[in-house]
Design a protein around this ligand. Structure first.
Ligand code: SF4
Length: 312
């Protein structure tokens, strides 16, 4: 159907009503106004959550909440859709790694939002678990900052979620994160991580992880926060400059801009490959880490190996 166009106003209109659009979405290609975009995004998250049975009645969900964009959007959407289940509650968990000049501001942002939403909030400092902060751990190891931080944060989150008596851990991974992870695992030659579903419970932690935003792009999350009035500019982590992810992110964003659908295709392709490989490997014994029980290619996984080296 031909949509109304105003010659004096070059802003496209929403494909569903006569209001100005705030975003052009692909697949299907359409322009959406603020209201229809928020409805669309919430509906897609709900579809992801229900098709993968991510939430069940009686769940107490730990939301990994850094105060950044993804986890803010996650908290807002989850709070909106939660009344569809009976007796489901949320507890926001913020891990304070101890990164000078960065974490304090995001912590303040996180505390403000949780107070506004009237939600239970737990802040867990690295020092409580690891007896020191990330800045101290990374001295002389800055090039490996993100992999060390990621491993320790995952442990800290699992332990905080267990302590809070939760049944699920929800993380704010979006479509861009998922696509970046596929490429990074390829670049590292890490086949175990490439085929493994990172949302599965792992090792000592038996709390399943869910990723309700995994179909939503980073751009959509930014627009969602802007139209809902929750977008804020936060400082960037000082260790970002060492991250392989930063380079992968820039390359993938450029590819997605020129070839829309690249990120979704990467993630879908990886899922297909993982399913095929699971069939090939069915019945064969997979090696697991002797320390934590994670699948791995040797006798000890990368995480436990790293923890031993850092804290020996
Ligand atoms: Fe941790 Fe790297 Fe993220 Fe900084 S950028 S918070 S070091 S994962």
């Amino acid at each position: 159907m031909e949509r109304r166009k105003d010659a004096g106003d070059r802003l496209p209109y929403c494909s569903l009503c006569s209001r100005p659009s705030v975003i052009r979405c692909r697949d299907p290609d359409r322009h959406l106004c603020a209201e229809h975009f928020c409805q669309d995004l919430t509906g897609r998250v709900l579809k992801t959550v229900t098709t993968s049975a991510m939430i069940t009645e009686g769940d107490r969900i730990a939301v990994a909440f850094s105060g950044g964009k993804d986890s803010t959007a996650l908290l807002l959407v989850l709070q909106e859709i939660l009344p569809l289940w009976q007796d489901v509650s949320l507890v926001a968990i913020t891990i304070d790694e101890g990164i000078a000049g960065y974490r304090n501001e995001t912590l303040q942002c996180a505390e403000r939002l949780v107070r506004e939403l009237g939600m239970e909030h737990r802040i867990v400092p690295f020092s409580r678990l690891f007896h020191t902060d990330l800045d101290a751990i990374l001295q002389g190891r800055e090039e490996r900052a993100c992999s060390i931080c990621g491993i320790l944060r995952r442990r800290a989150l699992s332990s905080a979620a267990e302590e809070a008596g939760t049944t699920k851990i929800a993380t704010g991974h979006n479509l861009d994160d998922e696509a970046q992870a596929v490429l990074m695992n390829v670049f590292r030659g890490d086949l175990v991580r490439f085929v493994r579903d990172s949302s599965s419970p792992s090792g000592r932690c038996f709390i399943p992880r869910i990723k309700p935003l995994r179909e939503i792009s980073e751009k959509e999350i930014a627009v969602y926060l802007m139209v809902r009035g929750y977008y804020s500019r936060l400082p960037e982590c000082p260790y970002t400059r060492y991250a392989l992810r930063a380079e992968v992110r820039a390359s993938l964003s450029a590819l997605e801009f020129r070839h829309p659908g690249t990120m979704r295709n990467l993630v879908t392709g990886k899922q297909r490959l993982a399913t095929l490989l699971a069939e090939v490997l069915r019945g064969r014994e997979i090696a697991t880490c002797r320390e934590c029980g994670e699948p791995c290619s040797g006798t000890i996984c990368q995480t436990c190996d790293l923890l031993k080296k850092i804290f020996r």
